[in-house]
Design a protein. Structure first.
Length: 177
């Protein structure tokens, strides 16, 4: 008997495990082909991280894990896109300094993993732009940016001093401006 994938947030793990999966790739296909930027807001434990993981594996071109799904014969598997996946559940953010350091580490690792050069000493917004530009230049493909748990630093800092919350908010703003 196949299992329910309770708590599974990785599309690849879910597909390779043989657990039950309700095919939502038709919706994924429509989102990709009918827009550019989406903000998906759903309650906790409602599959957002799994959806982000689905997008990630699709854009990376992992054809074999999509076999038998709606999107399988509709996607151009010859194209692979550079994917930047930022999961705020996996970075440190007790205060704005730690959040900024985490962004720097994330950007440095992303650049290194993708063999692109960026200015190590640049402000985080500049480094972020450089990573995107260099990935685009090196692959000649659009860069896919996936952000998960975007609100976690803000929500977690609500219980801290007002100044700490404000500083975290400003650091987040500086990252994406």
């Amino acid at each position: 008997m196949r299992k329910l994938p309770i708590g599974t947030q990785s599309f690849e793990v879910l597909r390779r495990s043989g657990d039950i999966y309700v095919d939502k790739t038709e919706y994924v296909y429509n989102l990709i082909n009918n827009g550019r930027i989406y903000f998906l807001s759903r309650p906790r434990r409602f599959g957002k991280s799994l959806l982000i993981s689905t997008f990630k594996e699709l854009f990376k071109g992992k054809k074999e894990i999509f076999e038998g799904l709606y999107i399988y014969d509709k996607w151009d598997w010859t194209k692979k896109y550079p994917v930047i996946h930022l999961d705020f559940a996996e970075i440190g953010y007790k205060n704005s300094d730690e959040l900024e350091k985490s962004f720097n580490v994330f950007l440095d690792k992303t650049a290194q993993r993708n063999n692109v050069e960026i200015t190590k000493s640049a402000p985080i917004s500049v480094k972020f732009a450089e990573v995107i530009e260099e990935l685009h230049k090196s692959t000649e493909e659009q860069v896919v940016m996936l952000i998960d748990e975007y609100d976690k630093p803000l929500i977690d800092s609500l219980n801290k001093a007002k100044e700490v919350h404000q500083e975290i908010k400003e650091t987040l703003h500086n990252f994406i401006k």
